[in-house]
Design a protein around this ligand. Sequence first.
Ligand code: BGC
Length: 473
Amino acid sequence: MDRLTFPDSFAWGASTAAYQIEGGWDADGKGLNIWDTFTHQGGDRVFKNQTGDVACGSYTLWEEDLKCIKQLGLTHYRFSLSWSRLLPDGTTGFINQKGVDYYNKLIDSLLAMNVIPLVTLCHFDTPQALEDQGGWNSEKTAEVFEQYAKFCYSTFGDRVKLWITINEPYVFAKLGYENGIFAPGKKEPGFGAYRSAHNMIKAHAKAWHAYNTFFKEKQKGLVSIALDSDWAEPLDPNSVDDKDACDRYHKFRLHWFANPIFVDGDYPAIMKLKISRKSKAEGLTTSRLPEFSDEEKNMIKGTADFFCLNYYTTRNVRPLSIKQSGPSFDSDMGAEGIKDPDWIESGVEWLAVVPWGLRKLLAYIKDTFGDPNIYITENGFAQSDPPVLQDTHRWGYFQETLAEVLKAIRQDEVKVKGYFAWSLLDNFEWNSGYGVRFGLFHVDFNQSNLPRTPYFSAIEYAKVVKGNELIYK
Ligand code: BGC
């Protein structure tokens, strides 16, 4: 039996996102967002055509969430603001005071419990009114986002000191604007992901500068962006082609955002080269990957005060084997990730349980992006529906993962400052609806009061948080 202690003042958290838990989709003047529209369109876009209309009901049951947070003894709670609840049409032209009141209550109550809020400004739920004007395909959205960010800093920044601008721009851009399986459901392969991500990066950078210029001195907070990444291993460690594919896999996902923001303001060279070559061969006069001007590069470089990593899984990588017709992100990257048959699968098909991948990824981020302070802002393991309360298997995955985090801290000297489990509650898992359960707390969606019950994992996680140590057999 090992007793493994975490560093003093390690941040222990759990994460959620507004659309996934709040419900109250049209309550008290909230404007529509792209997930309201997407789920209401039906057509099996989402498992059983489920919606986040009610979800965990956190808009009214937020005190129940606080009880869960208290039971876990968390030091931090990550949640997101619903942009269209605060600004129904996305702009500061009209402010929905009821939305402001809701988040004020939540923030004040967290602080009264000594829980530090880590607040995400946009977790996949763009206001529909902005989407109607092009959404993230339009540069204008980056400017409107900057205004929204300023509004949030000035409204909540006296109490919120840790900010994330955008959650997982890779997933948001690729699933929302490239293959259309997430809202807003745009299918523009080879163009959409690059164009929307380009505007997200600019939006993030503008929001960071707005804080730095107008708020930082007084509010003394930090601003970052949450980047998701798999760890990638070459399928055959002796194959040069697989190693190159692995490199591209990282460059087209993590570096796509981390390179501009943490390194030099620009996309990775290999991305620029691959996409411009292919674009030329397709008869286009400019690359499908938009370019940043020198001024924009200077504006983007260095716009994160810490590194937020969302890690779920690992892939064995090789060159793309299926030839795709027409342009696409995947054929530009020219790599594909495969699950090792020996890896255990959690309750959702894509999530193979690979705790050691997180350690490798943490060391990679340390070495590649200037040894930043890192918060693991999401990590978790789903159960399929129906779930079991006695989820000992899941707690085993958490234990193994936390042991790897400790190795990263102690042996690899990675500056990991906190760990946030995904998720506090079972919730609306995007296109998988309520069929996939990531919660530390079970939510009974069949009962109108949506009761929360701790899984075994919650009880054990609370012990880790309390002792700031992992007792691991
Ligand atoms: C997202 C969460 C999501 C989780 C599990 C992340 O991509 O940020 O909203 O629920 O992964 O799929």
